[in-house]
Structures are given as C-alpha cells and as structure tokens.
Ligand binder design. Structure first.
Ligand code: NDP
Length: 332
C-alpha cells in the first residue's frame, strides 16, 4: 500500500516537494489488531502546524515516517475479538491506503446511520468543535448576535447554523468568495454574510452588525479578530478556535492592534481544543443528527479522489478551494 511521508519541513506555504508518496508492505494483523483499508481521509488545518518542528499541543510529524490524521476505513482482516471483515471504523491512521492497528485504537462506525464521510465532517471532529465552541466555550445565550469567520468551512458552516438553531438573534458570517457568501445566506440561514476579500473586514462587519456582536467564533485570527474586538458589545465572548490566516505566515501578525478593548468592554477571549470536550459527544451526535434529519441543518463536503491527490487536497483546503469539510476518498 501507499502512504504519505513528510520529507522536509515547509517554511511558509508547503510545496509538493515537501511530501513523498511511498509504497510500503502491508503488515498482517497480529493478535488484537485489525487490518484496515482506508476509504476516506481527512485533511485538516492543524496538520500544517504539525509540519513544523515545534512543541505544540500535538506532536510534529516525523520526517520520512507515515503522516497521520483521521480516517474511515473497512476492516479487511481481523485478529481482534469483536471486529470482522467488512466492519467500518474511524481511527487516526490516515494519509495511507492500509493501516494495521490495535483494535483498542479504532472506533466502530455505522454506514447505515450516516454516510461514512459524515464521521469526518458533520458528525465528526469538526462538527464537535463547532458545537462545543458555542455550547461550552461561548456559553451561547438566546438573543446573542454571533459572528463566525471561516463560515463556509467545516467548523464555521456548522457553527453558524448551530448558533441559529440555538436561538441567536442574528448570525453573521465571512468567507472568501461571493459564491460562499451566497451559500451562507441562501442555504445555511445566516442573516448576513460578506466576502472578506472584497473590502476591509472591519467596515463590512460594522455594516452587517449595526447593533454589535456578542459572540465571535474565530477560525481566522488577524484582521478578523481585530474587527470583532471593535464590533463587540460589553461582556462579549470570543471562541479562539483557530487562526488560519497565520498558519503559513513567516512573520508575526500585525493584527489585532486593539486588544486594549478587552478591558473596557470586559471581553472574554477563550482558546479551545476540541479534545477537551469529548463528554459532549453523545449530546452533540443526538442533536445534530436530528437537525440533519429534519433538514434544519445542512452541510457540504468537498471530496478529492485518490491517495495521490491528498497533498493537493490539503493545500487546496488551506487556499479555500473547499466548501465544507475537505475529504479525500479512496473509493474510486
Ligand atoms: P475549513 O473547512 O474552514 O477550511 C479552511 C478554510 O479556511 C478555507 O476553506 C478558507 O476558506 C479559509 N481560509 C484560508 N486562509 C484564510 C485567510 N487568510 N483568511 C480567512 N480565511 C482563510 O477548515 P476547518 O473547518 O477544519 O477549520 C477551521 C478552523 O478551525 C481552523 O482555524 C482550524 O485550525 C480550527 N480548528 C480548531 C480546532 C480546535 O480544537 N481548536 C478543531 C478543528 C479546527 P475561504 O475561502 O473562506 O478563505
């Protein structure tokens, strides 16, 4: 089977030469293990951070070793009780065609309950991030005005819709194209949305939020966070979920320049990691799958085909080629 290795550490934007797709022997499962053929791979923004050799909340990718990440696959051989060929599993041995894994490190998933890609998107890690960010971190209240950046992406699109469904009085989103902006207002039910490439974020947010904002779900950082600090009402709450505008930067960011506003407005800016919120998982799946069934929440996925296109899909996601979750399918 083939697997992706990081072969050099990118500085700034990664280039295809930083990665190599290598053929390796498939190892048969030892006692307590399963052999999995991967069907769908997740590519995620946090993986960019793992390409740097710095101490962070996840270990860096090792050079010349298989990269990893979330994936859904099918058991093809089992030496573990409770697993049989044909079973579908969610696990963290992505970026490769075949994985031999301890059964304790894989989670069964059902193709009858949801499309398998949903376990990487709307019912998966990005979905829980949106849910936990609003429920646990922002402590969303009915009547809040909510601003979401990266709003046509996996986390942002779901965060905006959950805010609407949980009683926000107004939901505003920003995204990087007019087409994405239309998706937000016409399909996701955002009250207002703007294209951050079409003009200054601060001016566009001020126009979209004449009464200010109470919650900011930050996926972007930089000038978006600066604009949100300006727009905040007193006691506003920012969920610092990610800062994708900076992941490929080689210089420290210039914004936000107005952090002092946190004092006068008594703002709360709280960073989050989805892994701290696993106890919300059952409630999250129950609530979100009900909204999907009733049609109140919709989601998009952008699917690239073939293991050889994984790096391009990852880089494309960083550039905004995706709408909703970016996934690589190996089923073609
Ligand atoms: P997305 O599906 O949102 O894909 C990334 C998107 O980022 C692109 O589609 C692009 O959309 C946008 N983007 C890229 N560069 C910029 C830029 N310079 N300014 C504004 N937008 C940009 O990815 P995810 O939903 O998986 O992740 C969204 C955010 O959430 C990331 O910051 C990620 O790190 C974070 N995250 C944090 C977690 C946590 O536990 N804290 C867990 C999961 C995700 P566009 O066309 O609109 O530019």
């Amino acid at each position: 089977g083939r697997e992706w290795h990081l072969v050099s550490r990118p500085r700034g934007w990664p280039v295809p030469e930083d990665f190599a797709l290598r053929e390796v022997p498939v190892r048969r499962p030892a006692d307590g293990e399963v052999l999995i053929r991967n069907l769908h791979l997740s590519v995620d923004p946090y993986m960019r951070g793992r390409m740097n050799d710095v101490k962070s909340y996840v270990a860096p990718f090792a050079l010349d070793e298989p990269m990893d990440g979330a994936a859904v696959g099918e058991v093809v051989e089992s030496a573990a009780a409770g697993f049989s060929p044909g079973d579908h599993v969610l696990h963290s041995f992505g970026w490769r065609e075949y994985a031999t894994a301890e059964a304790a490190r894989v989670t069964p998933v059902s193709a009858e309950l949801a499309p398998l890609t949903a376990y990487l998107s709307v019912l998966g890690m990005t979905g829980l991030t949106a849910y936990a960010g609003l429920v646990d971190v922002a402590e969303l209240r009915e009547g809040d005005v909510v601003f979401v950046s990266g709003a046509a992406g996996a986390v942002g699109g779901q965060a905006g819709q959950i805010a609407r469904l949980k009683g926000a009085s107004r939901v505003i989103g920003s995204a990087g194209s007019d087409e994405k902006v239309r998706l937000l207002t016409e399909e996701y039910g955002f009250d207002a949305a703007f294209n951050y490439r079409a003009g200054p974020v601060g001016e566009q947010l001020a126009a979209a939020a004449p009464d200010g904002i109470d919650v900011y779900f930050d996926n972007v950082g930089g000038d978006h966070l600066e604009a949100a600090l300006d727009a905040f009402n007193v006691h506003g709450r920012a969920v610092i979920c990610g800062m994708i505008s900076q992941y490929n930067a080689t210089e420290p960011p210039a914004a936000p320049r107005n952090l002092m506003l946190t004092v006068g407005k008594r703002l709360r800016l709280q960073g989050m990691l989805v892994r701290d919120h696993q106890e919300l998982q059952p409630r999250f799946v129950e609530e979100v799958s009900a909204w999907i069934r009733s049609g109140e929440l919709t989601y998009r996925e952008t699917v690239a085909e073939g293991i050889e296109n994984t790096v391009d899909a990852f880089l494309g996601m960083l550039r905004g080629l995706n709408t909703g979750k970016m996934i690589v399918s190996l089923t073609g």
